[in-house]
Design a protein around this ligand. Sequence first.
Ligand SMILES: NC(=O)C1=CN([C@@H]2O[C@H](COP(=O)(O)OP(=O)(O)OC[C@H]3O[C@@H](n4cnc5c(N)ncnc54)[C@H](OP(=O)(O)O)[C@@H]3O)[C@@H](O)[C@H]2O)[C@H](O)CC1
Ligand SMILES: [K+]
Length: 319
Amino acid sequence: MTSSRRCSRARRRSPESSTHAEASAPVSLLRTRLGLPGHDVAPGDSVDSRPRSPWWAREDRMPVKPDPPGFPQRRCADVCSVTAAQMRDVQRLAQEEFGLDILQLTENAGRSAALLAFAMLGGRGRGQRVVVLAGGGNKGAAGLAAIRHLANWGCRVEPVISGVEEEVSFTARRQMHILRQSGLLQPADLDASEVTLEEQLANADLVIDALVGYGLEGPPVGVAAAVTRLAIESRRPILALDVPTGVNATTGEVSTPAIRAVTTLMLDLPKRGCLESQARGMVGELYLADIGIPLSVHQRLGIPVGQLYAEGPIVRLRR
Ligand SMILES: NC(=O)C1=CN([C@@H]2O[C@H](COP(=O)(O)OP(=O)(O)OC[C@H]3O[C@@H](n4cnc5c(N)ncnc54)[C@H](OP(=O)(O)O)[C@@H]3O)[C@@H](O)[C@H]2O)[C@H](O)CC1
Ligand SMILES: [K+]
């Protein structure tokens, strides 16, 4: 099962490259489409060697706050953290026995992400550009939901879709449908070239990483890896949803490539991997959002949540 999954992933994600070359040269994927020369970054290469400020980069960007004030605070040590497997159990129970719909959970996740992003932007939407990198799973669906909220609040939001629409989860597909009907997703967003993406990133005030969360299997490959590398090279501030792409939610193991976030908004409960010391440089400031899973779901599974959200639905975690 696992190996056939992986084969189909390699096939789907990297039609232009041979299977064994794929892991080392994902960035050339989008470039290949454009017929441009290669642009490979070897694992361990310093991103400092990349040229800074290209001609299209805006000079008038507002600084974002990685640690916006106004949220209640908790100490990491006082909050119970979970593995990806425990989180899946919570989600399964919430859906199968309590009747919550995954669309509700992803919507709440996306709205929480939008609220924190808005606070990071200083509580002002007009004139702010946000780029949302969306994958094909429920993390992607949450990022896509965030686009609609941030657009309503005056931001200019650009979606970057890293999956083939027919293959993404139904939650992501539903959010894509809503965005398309709202005029927030254009045909060109589904097939952005590397150059377009570099330009979008260079002009972004804030980037939201909604590529791959606790569903990560092995190091990021294919388009998700290519987009991750471009986001790293752009040096723009990144808000990661749940766990930065490329970081293992349970162990904290950091793959190449992996998103280095200024802020990570974990959903429902802290993911153990985000609190591990090896992931520290990747997660940045830590926040936690209630996504509407009843406390009794956690209680049933013996996970003590206590008064975690008693002062508000988004909490800042201090180390
Ligand atoms: N209860 C919660 O905590 C909730 C969390 N939410 C968010 O959803 C994710 C978990 O969602 P899930 O759909 O299970 O998985 P992900 O979205 O994290 O990842 C699946 C997609 O990622 C692709 N993938 C997996 N491994 C790789 C890889 N090595 N390289 C590239 N791409 C990869 C996978 O592709 P497939 O081809 O395998 O299908 C999927 O497209 C959680 O982290 C939160 O962010 C919900 O929003 C609400 C509930
Ligand atoms: K999935």
